[in-house]
Design a protein around this ligand. Sequence first.
Ligand SMILES: [Zn+2]
Length: 581
Amino acid sequence: MNHLEEIRAKLGIEEVVGGYIQLKKAGRNLKGICPFHNDTKPSFTVSPEKGIGYCFACNTGGDIFKFIQLIENVDFPEAVRILAQRANVQIPEFKPEAHSIRMKVIEMNSSSAKYFAEQLDASDKHKDYFFKRGLTEETIKKFKLGYAPDSYNSLKDNLIKIGYKESELLNAGLLNQRSIADKNTYDRFRNRYIFPIYDHQDNAIGFGGRIIGDGEPKYLNSPDTPAYNKSLVLYGLNWGKSAVKKEDMAIFVEGYMDVIACHQAGSENVVATSGTALTAQQLKLIKRYTPNISFAFDQDSAGIEATKRSIELAQEAEMNIKIITVPEGKDPDECIKESPDKWFNAIKEATPIMDFYISYILKLHDKNTLDGKKEILNFLLPIIKKYQSEVEQNEYLEKVSLELKIDIKFLWNDLKKTSIKKSYSPPNATVEETPKRRAYLREEFLLGLIFQYPDLYKLIEENLIDSVPVETSTEKFYKVCKKVYNRLSMVDLDAVKKELSEEDKEKIQVYALLIDDNYPDFSEEAVKKEIFEFIKLINKKNIDNAERELIFKIREAKDSGESTILLNQQIQISKLKTKIF
Ligand SMILES: [Zn+2]
């Protein structure tokens, strides 16, 4: 037994919390007035069984150590010291964490970026490529653009000379391995122009490499590494974040060259996703700087689909969105090369999303037929309904009325009857007006139900597509459940916990406690019904996500022969969709 376990065994959560607030029995748990927010009814739930105390009104709490950290306002080692003293347990000194793997990868990337930049600097021929695309020497230096030589070992030899190990370079995604059998390694980036990718704190986390001349893939990116997670990164934010703040606006463009050309032209509040469709995490990142964003994506049909998906995601994140239409259907990069003024005008003339939606749907349906009108209204009315103010609603209805030649008073009638999809709230959930309260994800509720009713996990295995919801903070928990289920044919909680870090163990306990709080007296039948409802909603979200990712891939692959395969996949997704819903 380690020291933490020893302390935990000696001090129950009810005892520790009970030292600060009065607790009363409530079913199998205890409740008290929450010490962390201005609580009027007992909102703080303590579960002796689970070893945690948590308030779902202000989302604060945890195990005994977390509770002491919070209430005494101390760090973890100090909380351990306090509790060790109370429990009369001897503890050794804490050691600081070793130099992290992530920092090592960043170091190797910085050295590589420097090497690639030197190679470019030494070659007039390759520098000329960037000059021809309109970049200046200064811009090349600022963005640390580079060139990876046409060689299988030039970067590798160089970095090994500096003192890095082959295995480390492999781990950093700078080398590839021939195959599992043949462990020989070689440079990942060869004969490509290099765009180093930095995170918003200016760490070199990965690379994008553009092929020289024609060939596939046009852009090769670093794989995900301990430093690089492409769904979390926005290219250009390190250079653009102060401009984003100052202008109170972030412009999303498609590629590295768009970001760089914009900067050179003095339009610095610009970012791009790299190697992925826009994600919720990227929006969360940008929201730290501004709630206002504009999309300047391509205007081909795939680009419009991507814009539509991005808008939906950004609306979920409650951001203010505009659409920039680049003249003559060009990329920002091409537009700026021709005339920076045209780009600045396009920014000025960015349109509200309703205008984008109206022109989008009018292209899909014939507004002169009754069926066409119906389709158009089915699409537009729920969007208009989402606007809070009737003034805004009226303005958009007027536009629709003019386009469809329908009297606005009929549109108002239809709008009243239109329902919008509400975000999910569980039965009996008490809603309190506290600022920190957060909505739990469906995936989290479902996890909580699994941990509370492990026998019902098989419903998930049988009905949830892939049995792992993607792109949420809960993904890893589902993976662990699946792993344990495959091994033991049941979800044994102790087996699940063995696979998780301390922090994650605490999280799943909070999810389970969430169920105690929201489904106090549910029958197994009712819980089953609830699980099915969650599975349905999560499946829909996963399919939508897969579709968005595919649309992005189709665009990337549209020049190569691969696009037919991807299109077939998309058709299959659509079929799946109609089958399920
Ligand atoms: Zn609270």
